[in-house]
Design a protein around this ligand. Structure first.
Ligand code: SF4
Length: 334
């Protein structure tokens, strides 16, 4: 089979298997491997093998709680929570009781982490309070997903019980969002400086993104030492300004998951994909996000009643693909 691979691909797969860091050109060569070819399946096989051996067959499940719904004035083009999308007119702060109920249910179902997401203008102090209270109510590690922060705010997250922070430089940052790419990278550096684990995903991928843009973010994740960094596709809500570009398929996502896995080498403790689907579980992904509360991909205020998948279903999908969700998380143990 290997003799049918595109020129150079077999060497790159071998290099990645040996945990030699890939060069930008290597990653770009992999981006040109088409679906449905021997090269593509060899790429997925290599990524799958790397993840199963590096992560000890652990299936990870991190539980997203979107703490609030608000017509967000930041107006990122891919997000359903924006002012311009016009989907959400009412402001909702999910109650502490509700958040605790969600967190405890996720803990019982075996969640490995709680990711607390806020919209762009959510009060930072309130996020700290929620973290403190959840720390008293559950034993699940806390990950913050909020705006750019300073060193002082990073230390405050740690004091409030957070062990990590999700923060992505998004595809089209500064073009499809009002944010500055460099400022977002500075925030990632803040996490490193204060001792918060950095969680990442290359997102939100659409068919219009160039190989260069995507590879840039894969390399950023490796070079800044992300705890995990897989692939999330953009979900186009009805009326989304991105609708004209379409969406990538789960199969295409699996191909990109495999490439990003090879780029990450021996850096990560897990490899994510979103939304949960089986194809990427045989292409190097082992981490799913189940979701409740607000979501930038949904038209429901509580995505648990919409697109969100619960922990039990995510675990079942992993078991079907021979990942073991009952093992301890690798993300927080090491
Ligand atoms: S992605 Fe975040 S900051 Fe951007 S519009 Fe949506 S909620 Fe606001």
């Amino acid at each position: 089979m290997r003799q049918d691979l595109e020129p150079g691909v077999a060497d790159i797969l071998k290099k990645a298997s040996d945990m030699v860091p890939l060069e930008r050109e290597d990653a770009l060569t992999l981006m040109r491997v088409p679906l449905h070819t021997a090269g593509c399946y060899a790429l997925m096989e290599t990524a799958n093998r790397m993840s199963r051996s590096e992560f000890g067959n652990k299936g990870e499940n991190h539980f997203h709680i979107g703490l609030n719904v608000e017509a967000c004035p930041m107006d990122c083009l891919f997000c359903s929570l924006t002012r311009t999308a016009g989907i959400f007119k009412e402001k909702i702060d999910f109650s502490m009781e509700q958040i605790i109920r969600w967190a405890k249910a996720a803990e019982q179902q075996g969640a490995d982490a709680l990711n607390l997401m806020t919209t762009g203008t959510y009060p930072f102090k309130r996020l700290l309070e929620v973290g403190r209270q959840l720390g008293e109510e559950t034993r699940v590690p806390l990950v913050a997903n909020t705006r750019d922060i300073s060193h002082r705010e990073g230390e405050a997250l740690i004091d409030a019980g957070f062990v990590g922070a999700y923060h992505a430089v998004r595809l089209g940052e500064g073009r499809d969002t009002p944010f500055n790419r460099n400022k977002r990278i500075e925030t990632i550096q803040v996490f490193r400086d204060v001792g918060l684990l950095w969680m990442n995903c290359v997102e939100p991928v659409g068919p219009e993104h160039s190989d260069d843009e995507i590879v840039d973010l894969m390399l950023l994740a490796r070079d800044y030492g992300a705890t995990y960094s897989g692939i999330m596709r953009r979900i186009n809500f009805p009326g989304s300004p991105m609708e004209r570009f379409g969406m990538i398929s789960e199969l295409e996502m699996a191909r990109l998951v495999a490439i990003s896995r090879l780029v990450m080498g021996d850096v990560p403790q897990a490899h994510c994909t979103h939304e949960p689907h089986s194809a990427s579980l045989m292409a190097g992904a082992n981490l799913f996000f189940s979701e409740v509360g607000s979501s930038p991909r949904d038209q429901q205020a509580d995505t648990g009643k919409g697109r969100g998948t619960d922990v039990t279903h995510c675990r079942q999908m992993q078991l079907e693909m021979a990942w073991d969700p009952s093992l301890p998380s690798n993300c927080f143990e090491n």
